[in-house]
Design a protein around this ligand. Structure first.
Ligand SMILES: Nc1nc2c(c(=O)[nH]1)N[C@H]1C(S)=C(S)[C@@H](COP(=O)(O)OP(=O)(O)OC[C@H]3O[C@@H](n4cnc5c(=O)[nH]c(N)nc54)[C@H](O)[C@@H]3O)O[C@H]1N2
Ligand SMILES: Nc1nc2c(c(=O)[nH]1)N[C@H]1C(S)=C(S)[C@@H](COP(=O)(O)OP(=O)(O)OC[C@H]3O[C@@H](n4cnc5c(=O)[nH]c(N)nc54)[C@H](O)[C@@H]3O)O[C@H]1N2
Ligand SMILES: [Mo]
Length: 678
């Protein structure tokens, strides 16, 4: 019995980066608990991570490199050695490099692992090869770009500061699934008699935890924010001192507000005009109102504009100057902790590569234009078949016989099934790294707890192995990941400037340390002010803009699921069973109009695809809206296509980001043979 408990950090894409205590018997993880000393998360961890050992030691884990023996996508492989696998990869890559100089090679990753070295080291290898560059805007870049336009690269509220607010608008965030540490804050606010109001396209998981739920038409939140500001102006509830002295563009903007009446906004949002009036008055009367903004409302063609408008509203009554008041939802630190260039090595690149936006991956893989053809992809920390738009386009691209696909994975995902070579990946507890929470003022160092099983290797060790096979001799690729961690900590950036000697000691030992809350008056825009108007943008003065929508009558939104995290945790039968089949939540009125009953199989259809779901009727989605919870794989649905097959992959107005909530569908009852009843 070699029981040991070591600190680690959750590597997944959540705002908190929870501190963990990992108990091992020297060979295996036997228990995972929250670290009570982790400053923001204080021992509270989600249902998924409470049995992380079941993921780490899942029988489905890939333990050796594999070479494809069947058709692409069939999922048939034979084990090979690392030497054979890397020799074949290097051989293919060198050929592609000799023929097109690197533009044919593309790294594909997103947020499978969020710790800094393991997430980004792939870029160093592709910079060294002058490969194509992936534009990684699959998540919340519309929101962060809008934030930067209005407030600059500066911190917003840390969720812990919300305790001091006296009115909280939870705006498009499934707090229960994605920000569990904020659930107790909601509870305490309500117990203290403060109101919590939910503004949602799908209130199914959060309505029960809020005093009031306002359902809006998807993509129309900007209209709601404008009408609220119309009322605030009319009732003299705006903070003119703040808006004149600390902001830019108030005079121009306020004149435009006249036309955005609550009656007008009712037509756009579906929210009754009286409700908008009442909400605006309550917001205006509050001393320190706060808006907790999720990323959902920004994942639209108008998502950048929507975010700008909600941000401006958050400051319109001067709340940014009050404790607990203002805006929470982007990065509360807003400054880098470490110098990521020490990991991604842009200096290795001698030629700019073509840029490929991850949201347009399907198109890129199908492109046949000379000079632009992608001939090899390296997937490490992403699962595009399940998580990216235009699923049918991606599947067609991956099926190309002339595309050489390498996937570094922990499980045989729907993407890995298309690989020519699969490489076995390590879990977070089997590797070392530094980790920055994007939703809290904390920073952490995770030290390896166990050696990886079988022949699994971390992303860093795999990148170094591949660099060696390619003949690259830079010392950089000869470092251990622990040496790279040391190097990053030896070159701290502004985000770590306030750490005490005690914090540094803790950080070096491994664990999570607190950093100071942001200064919410420190606008780091070019003007040094809060920019209502931003002349550097195509549309300087904020206004209402329509989302893309579509010709079909129902708007389709994607919501995160409590039991999974994008396509992660699908190896966990317990969690997958609790999540149930892929459901399409719809309003009873919309269902009745189509003869659909609760629990029936339905087909959602648009110009891209037809996808099977089970109907789940609820009046917690607005009429005209349908919602899908969670990301499903082909083997969990038994059908070839999932929700992202209905997703066009058009880009947002700011940040060239995902518009995964901005699609339209028609829904039919399915026939028993799976075709739809039209
Ligand atoms: N329909 C729908 N689509 C969505 C979303 C949604 O809610 N609904 N969410 C969107 C959002 S917000 C995001 S951020 C994206 C996420 O998109 P992706 O980053 O593609 O995320 P996942 O689908 O979770 O795939 C991550 C993969 O990385 C692997 N992985 C984990 N750790 C490691 C590691 O250390 N090394 C290697 N090599 N692999 C590792 C996991 O096993 C998993 O297969 O999806 C987007 N797509
Ligand atoms: N359990 C769990 N946790 C997760 C994830 C997960 O899949 N499962 N995903 C992780 C990732 S990658 C991310 S980026 C974060 C996301 O976390 P957040 O940024 O906080 O956002 P979400 O919780 O995704 O919530 C998006 C919400 O927006 C709503 N919404 C969609 N369109 C509109 C609209 O037009 N208006 C309004 N008002 N609401 C709208 C959706 O119904 C959904 O409830 O969570 C992370 N944590
Ligand atoms: Mo995300």
């Amino acid at each position: 019995m070699n029981k040991r408990i070591q600190r680690s950090i959750c590597p997944y894409d959540c705002p908190a980066s929870c501190g963990l205590l990992v108990e091992t018997d020297g060979q295996r993880v036997v228990r995972v608990q929250g670290d009570p000393e982790s400053p923001a998360t204080r021992g509270l961890i989600c249902n998924k991570m409470q049995h992380y050992e079941a993921s780490v030691h899942a029988p489905e884990r890939i333990l050796t490199p594999m070479r494809r023996t069947g058709r692409k996508g069939e999922g048939k492989f034979e084990p090979v050695s690392w030497e054979e696998a890397t020799a074949e990869i290097a051989d293919r890559w060198k050929k592609i490099l000799a023929e097109d100089g690197g533009s044919g090679l593309l790294p594909v990753y997103f947020s499978g692992v969020m710790s800094i070295i393991q997430r980004r080291c792939v870029e160093a290898l592709f910079n060294r090869m002058n490969g194509s560059q992936l534009v990684k805007t699959l998540c919340s870049t519309a929101k962060s770009t809008a934030y930067e336009s209005v407030a600059g690269k500066t911190g917003c509220l840390d969720p812990r500061e919300l305790e001091d607010s006296d009115l909280l608008l939870v705006w498009g965030s499934q707090v229960k699934a994605t920000r569990i540490h904020t659930m107790p804050v909601l509870k305490r606010l309500r117990e203290a008699g403060k109101r919590v109001i939910l503004i949602e396209a799908c209130g199914v998981s959060m309505a029960a935890y809020c005093d009031e739920t306002i359902l809006v038409r998807p993509g129309s939140d900007g209209a709601l924010a404008l009408a609220m500001m119309h009322v605030l102006e009319r009732e003299h509830l705006s903070d003119e001192t703040f808006l004149r002295q600390r902001a830019i563009g108030y005079e121009v903007f306020r004149k435009t507000l006249e036309k955005y009446t609550p009656q007008w906004a009712h037509q756009v949002t579906g929210v009754p005009a009286e409700k908008i009036e009442a909400l605006a008055r309550e917001f205006g009367a509050a001393g320190a109102p706060a808006i907790l903004l999720g990323s959902g409302p920004s994942r639209y063609g108008n998502g950048g504009m929507t975010t700008r408008l909600i941000l401006i509203l958050s400051a319109f009554t001067g709340a940014w100057g009050k404790a607990g008041g203002g805006y929470c939802g982007s990065n509360p630190v807003g400054r880098p902790f470490v110098d990521e260039n020490r990991v991604i090595r842009p200096d290795f690149r001698t030629r700019e590569g073509q840029s490929i936006n991850i949201n347009l991956l399907g198109q890129a893989l199908e492109c046949r234009e000379p000079g632009k053809v992608i001939r090899g992809i390296y997937v490490a920390g992403g699962n595009p078949v399940n998580s990216v738009a235009d699923q049918t386009g991606i599947l067609r691209g991956l099926a190309r016989e002339d595309l050489f696909t390498v996937v570094h994975e922990r499980f045989l995902t729907d993407t890995a099934r298309y690989a020519d070579i699969v490489l076995p990946a390590a879990f977070s507890v089997e590797q070392s790294d530094v980790s920055s929470a994007y939703g809290y003022c904390t920073f952490g160092h995770m030290r390896k707890v166990l050696d990886p099983p079988g022949q699994c290797r971390s992303n860093w060790n795999t990148v170094c192995t591949l660099a060696k096979a390619m003949g690259y001799e830079e010392d950089f690729f000869r470092q251990t990941e622990e040496e790279l961690v040391e190097d990053l900590l030896a070159h701290p950036q502004e985000g770590l400037s306030g750490l005490t000697g005690e914090d540094w000691k803790r950080l070096r030992e491994g664990g999570v340390v607190p950093v100071a809350y942001g200064d919410h008056g420190d606008f780091r825009t070019p003007s040094g002010k809060f920019q209502i108007v931003d002349d550097s943008l195509d549309v300087p003065v904020p206004c209402y803009q329509e989302p893309y929508g579509g010709t079909e009558p129902l708007r389709l939104v994607m919501v995160p699921d409590l039991h999974t995290l994008n396509s992660i945790f699908l190896e966990r039968k317990d969690l997958v069973a609790r999540r149930g089949p892929a459901r399409l939540m719809m309003h009873p009125g919309d269902a009745a109009a189509r003869g659909i009953k609760d629990g029936e199989p339905v087909t959602a259809s648009n110009d891209l695809a037809q996808v099977e779901f089970v109907a789940a009727l609820t009046d917690l989605v607005a009429p005209g809206t349908v919602a899908v919870s969670g990301v499903y794989s082909q083997d969990t649905t038994g059908t070839r296509l999932q929700a992202n097959a209905l997703h066009h992959g058009r880009l947002s107005d700011l940040g060239a980001a995902t518009t995964m909530n901005d699609n339209a569908v028609e829904v039919f009852r399915s026939r028993s043979d799976g075709s739809c009843l039209v």
